[in-house]
Design a protein around this ligand. Structure first.
Ligand code: 9EZ
Length: 528
């Protein structure tokens, strides 16, 4: 599983800052640095690598991912994962990570440069000089002092733009659905509803991810609500400003100028925008600084070293459950969920159908989101699926027709921090467990209660008997002796209610349960 295995060999397939290689090597990881491989070369090279680091040039397609036999993690040195097939990676249980903040300052500075360039038409004036002209009438500009800048998206980049442009005397207003007005007030951005923002702005800059809700955020309808001559900057993602609407607004004069670093299609085939006299543009240079590149190279290397050393998990794109698995207090609960899933599968021998999980106790109030993938991991572990882990278990469970539902009750029994209950719908199989210290333990099996809780680790043999008696135990011990298997511990359920179960911890699994099954009603074993 990605959270426990060592990374011995990492391929860097793009040109990255040398510090990336250095950090990995200093941590004892072998690094192969081969920028500019052909697809065939990459297919061959990826076979025996545990990790892959890319920037933007390498296209990590499903073909590449499926050719990788040992790959556990793909790291992108940069923001976003546009050049990685995340779905294909997830299916294979491969973790995908990026460095979401390494480029922020460079992106913010480019944006500020664009605003100044628009205000004074510096690129156009510079081009006319190179043509041998001295045109002083054509390039009458405007001051930024006192102008209003609308900032859509107030994450790290948006707020760095705000504070920088405030030093030019710009008024900064903006909108972000996630950032509170109190937070944005701390960096002097007044938040307003979008419909109030449009008519107030001299400049509008976008700093959002590309999502269905942000695609075409600036469109014909929103341009129509803007001040005539509004100037627009997109150094975020191609498509946030609708390219057709922008061209129409430029042609009508509703938009007075636009600065574009990003395009829907890169490089853009349609040159209408780039060639418009009031458009200035760059070939996606937001992250193209020495500093951003070395920061991203360093960050992705450090993130991979932390992963390899099991220290931390940051920058994860496709494994929320795995991130939770690194928190000390959630780790044993994840182990419990996985163990209960494994035992439930052993007892029911099926992977499809419905499984109900109930969490008890306020400490598990929000635990459903990371315990469900852990339960799925346990349930699918022994099935045909190879390499089931917290990255792919929900996807694989869904495809196997396994549905895990969760409910929560804030009440936990006295003396328990929390309790996890798992039941397979349509069967009597029901398990209850909890965590003692950091050890996952079993409390109950089909109503049979274990007063002394059973640590869910190692090789466990479960069997149901009509009545417990000394002679059955003697028989079992005889079987174990013959198989040269040591008995490490023995637990028997209290005889008050329900079924009667024995649980034995063994030094190694029994090769066959054939003989044992002649003496008991039901017998299964698991290795946890
Ligand atoms: C949407 C957004 C900002 C925005 C920013 C982020 C999910 N999301 N949406 C519309 N992070 C401004 C306008």
């Amino acid at each position: 599983m990605a959270c426990t295995a060592a990374l011995s060999r990492v391929l860097i397939s793009d040109s990255l800052d040398p510090c990336c290689r250095q950090i990995l090597q200093e941590a004892g990881i072998a690094v192969v640095e081969k920028p500019g491989l052909s697809k065939e070369q990459l297919l061959a090279e990826i076979k025996n690598c545990d990790g892959l680091i890319v920037r933007s040039a390498t296209k990590v397609t499903a073909d590449i991912i499926n050719a990788a036999e040992k790959l556990q993690v793909i790291g992108r040195a940069g923001t976003g994962v546009d050049n990685v097939d995340v779905e294909a990676a997830t299916r294979k249980g491969i973790l995908v990570m990026n460095t979401p903040t390494g480029n922020s300052l460079s992106a913010a500075e480019l944006t500020c440069g664009m605003i100044m360039s628009l205000a004074r038409q510096i690129p156009q004036a510079a081009a006319s000089m190179k043509e041998g002209k001295w045109d002083r009438k054509k390039f009458m500009g405007m001051e930024l002092q006192g102008k209003t800048l609308g900032i859509l998206g107030l994450g790290r980049i948006g707020r760095e733009v705000a504070t920088r442009m405030q030093s030019f005397g710009m008024k900064t207003i903006g909108y972000d659905p996630i950032i509170t007005p109190e937070e944005s007030a701390a960096f002097d951005v007044q938040q307003l509803p979008l419909e109030q923002i449009w008519p107030l702005c001299d400049f509008i800059t976008v700093h959002t991810p590309l999502l269905p809700s942000t695609t075409g955020l600036l469109n014909d309808a929103t341009f129509a609500q803007c001040r005539r001559g509004v100037q627009v900057i997109n150094c975020a993602r191609g498509g946030i400003v609708d390219e057709g609407a922008l061209l129409r607004a430029l042609q009508s004069g509703q938009c007075g100028g636009a600065a574009l670093d990003v395009f829907t299609e890169e490089p853009p085939k349609d040159k209408a925008l780039v060639n418009h006299p009031n458009v200035i543009s760059c070939p996606h240079l937001g992250a193209s600084t020495k500093e951003a590149q070395s920061r991203c190279g360093r960050e992705i290397a450090l993130q991979m070293v932390d992963l390899a050393q099991n220290k931390a998990l940051v920058g994860i794109v496709n494994g929320q459950a795995l991130s939770s698995a690194y928190a000390p207090h959630t780790k044993p609960w994840i182990a419990l969920a996985r163990a209960l899933g494994t035992v439930l599968h052993a007892l029911t021998q099926r992977v499809n159908g419905a499984v109900q999980m109930v969490t008890h106790g306020s400490t598990l109030q929000k635990a459903g989101s990371y315990l469900t993938p852990a339960v799925a991991t346990g349930l699918l572990k022994e099935s045909a699926q190879k390499n089931v882990n917290l990255v792919n278990s929900l996807l694989l469970a869904q495809e196997a027709g396994l549905k895990i539902t969760t409910t929560h009750s804030d009440r936990a029994p006295a003396g328990e921090e929390g309790l996890l209950q798992l039941a397979a719908q349509g069967t009597p199989t029901m398990l209850v467990g909890s965590v003692q210290g950091i050890i996952p333990v079993l409390h109950e099996l089909n109503g049979a209660v274990f007063k002394q809780r059973i640590p869910l680790t190692g090789n466990l043999l479960f069997y149901k008997s009509k009545a417990s008696n000394a002679s059955l135990l003697t028989t079992v011990i005889g079987l174990l002796g013959k198989a040269k298997v040591e008995l490490l511990s023995y637990h028997h359920s209290s005889t008050l209610t329900g079924e009667e179960w024995s649980v034995l911890s063994l030094s190694s699994p029994l090769q066959s349960l054939q003989e044992l099954k002649q003496h008991v009603t039901e017998a299964v074993q698991v290795t946890l």
